[in-house]
Design a protein around this ligand. Structure first.
Ligand SMILES: OC[C@@H]1[C@@H](O)[C@H](O)[C@@H](O)c2nc(CNc3ccccc3)cn21
Length: 438
């Protein structure tokens, strides 16, 4: 059984959330609509027609939620700022919205919890989407202005910042598969959005260097361990290619100032345009990568598929999301990222959706305790293998709005009874409290 003291001194143990998934109060104190407000209110887009209108009502209950983090013993908390709450039209400042984040940051600091802020966790102001959103190259300058303002407003107290959460999801789920807002289904658009997301990231890093001299800034990507789903040699090659299409596509430009050549070829061979501008800005040096790790992805060679591969389900035990539980993949990807990019790493998300049932006031989520413990063991193994991992954030503090799945998936270590907004510690929260004392 691993102990907290096995980890390096100063290692951060935290939990993570995102604005649209927990805040609610979507029209309070001047907040403007985001693309997720529009998307979730569009019939058929989310499970049961669920929306983030109320969510966990964190906007009003943030003090209670900070107390829960303090009692569990976390020393860090990753959360995101709702761009449309602080700039309802994407540009004009709404001071009441800004003041919520001032209050939240002060509450965290008073409880010795280090804030990690994500500037963009998918809730683009709808007004900017109406100007083309991530398809409009101007978006990079709107994002730079938003980032600059937040750095000046909170940078005196917040020294750890993440520009974007998972640009792969924003681009490919938002513009190719259409599962996420704004719900487009166009691969060329996904490539354009991906490039503008990376440009926006680079501009924000440049602004950060001007505004927060003593801070650290990074980018959080979803990191998938891609493996062949059958024994054919062509599937082995396909896995290597998909790794470039998903992982390297959002890491290489930021460090090397270019897209991975093998992946560019896949798109160009299919007549798609790959953008090449602004790599100087995109590769403005960063201080760390955030790693969101959940599972592995199995792919097989499939010439009938537009990109030459298809996903296959694995045979390992799965979570409620249908994702295989595969801690080894975390170790593998931490070593891979260290070898390829040589940057400090924070695991900014790791966790599972479980069949969490409230029975006699308790949620016995032993499966989640095992998931966390097994993944922490792999983090420790990676650190002992020389990987510079500096923190681990559990997704998530509490059950929340799980995007297209609505409230049907529970990732929290704290159960939320949405009918009463009562927070109920799951067994995993009690386990973590003991672990963090060990
Ligand atoms: O789904 C759980 C969380 C989600 O609530 C967070 O907002 C988001 O940052 C997040 N990213 C992942 C991993 N992304 C992923 C994307 C495609 C396939 C498998 C995993 C999981 N999660």
């Amino acid at each position: 059984m691993i102990k907290r003291s096995d980890f390096p001194k100063g290692f951060l143990f935290g939990t993570a959330t995102a604005a649209y998934q927990i805040e609610g109060a979507v029209a309070e104190d001047g907040r403007g609509p985001s693309i997720w407000d529009a998307f979730s209110h569009t019939p058929g887009k989310t499970f049961n027609g669920d929306t983030g209108d109320v969510a966990c009502d964190h906007y009003h209950r943030y003090k209670e939620d900070v107390q829960i983090m303090r009692e569990i013993g976390f020393n860090a908390y990753r959360f995101s700022i709702s761009w449309p709450r602080v700039m309802p039209d994407g540009k004009k400042i709404n001071q009441k919205g800004v003041d919520f984040y001032n209050r939240l940051v002060d509450e965290l600091l008073e409880n010795d919890i280090t804030p990690f802020i994500t500037l963009y966790h998918w809730d683009l102001p709808l007004a900017l989407d109406e100007k083309g959103g991530w398809l409009n190259p101007d978006i990079a300058m709107y994002f730079r202005a938003y980032a600059t303002f937040m750095f000046t407003e909170l940078g005196d107290r917040v020294k750890h910042w993440i520009t974007l959460n998972e640009p792969w999801c924003s681009a490919f789920l938002g513009y190719f598969t259409g599962e996420h807002a704004p719900g487009h289904k166009n691969l060329q658009e996904a490539l354009i959005a991906a490039h503008n997301l990376l440009r926006a990231h680079g501009h924000a890093v440049q602004a950060f260097r001007e505004e927060v001299k003593d801070g650290k800034v990074g980018l959080t990507n979803v990191v998938m361990k891609v493996e062949p789903g059958d024994a054919r040699p062509e599937s082995f090659l396909t896995a290597g290619l998909v790794d470039k299409l998903v992982n390297a596509w959002f890491h290489d430009p930021v460090v090397f100032g270019r897209y991975p050549e093998e992946a560019v070829k896949v798109y160009r061979e299919r007549g798609l345009r790959v953008l090449e501008d602004d790599f100087e800005i995109i590769s403005t040096p960063i201080d760390f990568f955030g790693v969101n790790y959940y599972t592995r992805t199995l792919v097989v060679y499939d010439p009938t598929n537009p990109l030459g591969f298809s996903y296959v389900p694995g045979d390992l035990p799965k979570t409620e999301m249908g994702w295989e539980i595969y801690p080894q993949g975390l170790f593998d990807m931490l070593v891979y990222l260290k070898e390829r990019y040589r940057l400090p790493l924070y695991i900014t998300e790791n966790g599972m959706a479980g069949p969490d049932k409230l029975i006699n006031g308790k949620v016995e989520d032993d499966y989640r305790i095992e998931y966390i413990e097994k993944h922490l063991e792999k983090v420790l193994e990676a650190i002992n293998a020389g990987v510079d991992v500096r923190g681990y954030f559990i997704w998530s503090l509490m059950d929340n709005f799980e995007w297209a799945h609505g409230y049907s998936k529970r990732f929290g270590i704290v159960y939320v009874d949405y009918s009463t907004q009562k927070r109920i510690w799951k067994k995993s929260a009690h386990w973590l409290k003991e672990f963090l004392k060990s």
